[in-house]
Design a protein around this ligand. Structure first.
Ligand SMILES: [Zn+2]
Length: 269
């Protein structure tokens, strides 16, 4: 496994496309914001960009090479549940994509349910506003902890390298979209939320209200939340952030206090 090796499909095609999606969403959310900002954009963007640079390094230098190597290894040894099913190649690829997304739904629930994981995932929830940059705001601890999970997920399911990398890109584009502050017409958002996780839907997951925080765990598809009865949708956005009473013990309360210390007043910048 050589982490610095260029993966042409991922690095030369996929990532520039994801960056374009991010730039387009940032442009649209500036013109059609869903929620009023509470914190000055520059203030949050510096923090989120700094965290995003570290997170991006872990994704590219640890997660992508691991997933790629595991997918190749599983293919060479013909292991994984999907390879043992008598399915046409295209159906297996589609099923692999869907199964990866379901396992990420379960991983997100674990991030909230396992105290050690929640301590690092809470850093993502501390953001007082949501926009495309929140999709970059992940603690390196959370991403490092996901490496063995992502390896197991790839090998046990038996997804091929192409499907694994396409899912990685789709997940990043989906995260940019559902964290974005883009105001889709409510009826469009609601219709879309029957299948995909939308900005209004994921906004509910970032609510300060505990029962809303425990909903909408999906990444790309909203169907897992529907199947598990954890889907919530509201037209009016909730208050965004993590209150001290919902924060894990240890690391996060200081971050919460720091963010709250900046005040809850709304700003326009
Ligand atoms: Zn979460």
């Amino acid at each position: 496994m050589r982490p610095f090796r260029i993966v042409p499909f991922f690095d030369a095609v996929g990532m520039p496309l994801v960056a374009l999606v991010g730039a387009a969403l940032a442009t649209v959310e500036a013109a059609r914001p869903l929620r009023e900002r509470r914190v000055r954009r520059a203030e949050r963007w510096v923090t989120n960009a700094r965290m995003g640079a570290l997170a991006g390094a872990v994704v590219r230098l640890a997660i992508v090479p691991t997933v790629n190597a595991c997918a190749r290894g599983a293919a060479e040894r013909n292991v994984g549940v999907l390879r043992w099913l008598p399915l046409p190649r295209a159906a297996r690829a589609a099923l692999g994509f869907v199964a990866l997304d379901y396992s990420m739904y379960l991983w997100h629930r674990a991030l909230h349910g396992v105290p050690l994981l929640w301590r690092s995932h809470a850093v993502h929830h501390v953001d007082r506003d949501l926009d495309v940059t929140t999709a970059l705001r992940f603690h390196v601890g959370e991403l490092a902890a996901s490496v063995p999970f992502r390896a197991a997920q790839t090998v046990l399911l038996g997804v091929g390298p192409r499907v694994a990398l396409v899912y990685e890109l789709a997940m990043q584009a989906a995260a940019l979209f559902h964290h974005s502050n883009v105001r889709l017409p409510a009826r469009v958002d609601r219709a879309l939320a029957r299948v995909f996780v939308t900005p209004r839907m994921h906004g509910v997951h970032h609510s300060t209200a505990r029962e809303e925080l425990a909903s909408n765990w999906g990444v790309v598809f909203a169907v897992w939340d529907r199947l598990h009865g954890t889907a919530r949708w509201r037209a009016t956005p909730p208050d965004i952030g993590l209150l001290a009473e919902n924060a894990p013990g240890g690391v996060a309360p200081s971050a919460v206090a720091q963010e709250r210390g900046r005040g809850l007043g709304r700003v326009s910048a």
